[in-house]
Design a protein around this ligand. Structure first.
Ligand SMILES: [Zn+2]
Length: 447
């Protein structure tokens, strides 16, 4: 029987991490003879909801099991409670969900909504109520918030379309909080050699290592790539100069733009929703204090402010090159309004579809000597500053302005990428598919 286990909100400032717990659970279940039929699924949820966990990642394990979901829930609960006590976080509200059999359509629907939109816990509870307790069991350890992620991770199966992989290296307990000892050049070399198979592990533009997170979590680094083979190859050559507890391969919706919902009208761009939508630039870009660039987009019926924030650096210069009338497709999540700001779309990527023609008016050229003439005063025509020629017969000349930007896709620099954002380098890849079969996600098993 197929069993799905979802967990969320086990991150803590003292070193806890939902993926780390997932690895422990996977290890324990495999030790008991259960078979994983998929790599642990690391599912990133809507990055714009205010109560998100760090990175907002939930995990689902999928197993072929002889024992019941209820029994598995008991095992998982034991490990999770121990973990939550070890890495206490007063703010977290961890939850576990266990489903027997195929994922019902209603869960898939609600799960995709949790990735790109907003699901109130109450809505989820109503759905779970309808679904019944015979197939889906849930446990709330401290508060309900983690429930959405735990259930959503089960619902997002990513069997068709786009998905990626990440090998996560876990630190030993003694090293959590200390500087990470990874040879950045070995990561750069692996990525360069992979011919696009690895991505967003190293930023060749700035020479920055992207694979290592910051802060006191148990993750040493994550190596992101298109398939298990390319990642396994890379892991062999990447040099790490500290002990590693385990290396686990996850299948994930990271860097797929799964959160972006294509909408036909800006009227549907409600707060917390992540969208891609076309419109015309309706307000000139302005740089506001703090270095953010804000412009307006309208589709004739509704309009929205769009912001390229300061950390996106050079991306703001692209955006600043837009002008009223340009046709664009904007991608990102909508931040709700406040008393001082209207709702704002946090720009993750932009496609410039069509540039409007921009003209300026210049003073005419002197017909006698070829110099640029100046105004002789209001209604008095032009005069030449060089030869003194005066005329009322000439008018200003309309000149087309060369635009600073060109049609096409633009993205922020690599270091400003968030988990779900799909790099342009990944556009146009053929669709992938995955079918459940026994796998071993432990590239390096725990000692
Ligand atoms: Zn002249």
């Amino acid at each position: 029987m197929l069993i799905h286990v979802g967990i969320d909100d086990f991150d803590s400032p003292s070193g806890g991490c939902t993926t780390h717990l997932a690895a422990r659970i996977a290890w324990e279940l495999m030790r008991r003879g259960l078979k994983l039929v998929d790599y642990p699924n690391l599912i990133r949820l809507n990055p714009s909801v205010p109560w998100k966990t760090r990175g907002n990642g939930a995990v689902a394990l999928r197993l072929e099991s002889e024992i019941s979901g209820r029994e598995i829930l008991g095992i998982v609960e034991g490990i999770a409670e121990e973990y939550a006590a070890e890495y206490d976080n007063p703010k977290h509200q961890p939850a576990i969900a266990v489903l027997e059999g195929d994922v019902p359509e209603v869960l898939t629907k609600i799960a995709y909504k949790a990735v790109g939109d907003f699901i109130p816990v109450e809505t989820l509870e109503r759905v779970l109520e309808k679904l019944g307790r015979d197939r889906l069991e849930t446990r709330i350890l401290k508060g309900k918030r983690g429930l959405v992620g735990a259930v959503a991770a089960i619902g997002v199966q990513n069997l068709e379309g786009d998905f990626t992989y990440e090998a996560i290296f876990y630190r030993t307990r003694d090293y959590i909080g200390k500087p990470r000892m990874v040879d950045a050049s070995s990561v750069a070399e692996a990525e360069a050699r992979s011919g696009g198979g690895l991505f967003l592990n190293y930023d060749f533009d700035t020479g920055r290592l992207l694979a290592t997170p910051h802060g006191p979590d148990p993750i040493l680094m994550g190596i992101r790539g298109e398939n298990p083979t390319v990642i396994l190859e890379a892991v062999k050559t990447i040099r790490v100069e500290e002990p590693v507890e385990a290396v686990v391969l996850f299948r994930t919706n990271q860097h797929t733009d799964q959160h972006l919902q294509e909408i036909q009208s800006l009227c549907q761009a409600h707060p917390y929703r992540c969208v891609r939508v076309r419109g015309l630039v309706s307000k000139e870009p302005v740089r506001i204090p703090g270095g953010h660039v804000i412009f307006g987009v309208s589709d004739g019926e509704c309009s929205i402010d769009v912001a390229a924030y300061e950390p996106t650096k050079g991306f703001r210069d692209i955006v600043s090159g837009l002008t009223v009338g340009d046709e664009v497709e904007v991608m990102g999540c909508v931040r709700p309004g406040s008393p001082s700001h209207p709702p704002t779309l946090n720009l993750e990527k932009i496609r410039v579809i069509r540039l409007t023609e921009v003209y300026k008016f210049e003073n005419p050229i002197c017909p006698r000597c070829g110099s640029r003439m100046t105004s002789a005063g209001k209604g008095k025509g032009f005069k030449c500053p060089k030869c003194g020629y005066k005329t009322r017969d000439l008018t200003k000349i309309k000149v087309r302005v060369e635009r600073a930007i060109k049609p096409g896709f633009y993205q922020p620099p690599k270091h400003a990428f968030k988990h779900l954002m799909k790099p342009l380098e990944r556009f146009g890849l053929p669709a992938k598919s995955f079918s459940y079969h026994p796998v071993d996600p432990f590239i390096k098993p725990p000692a």
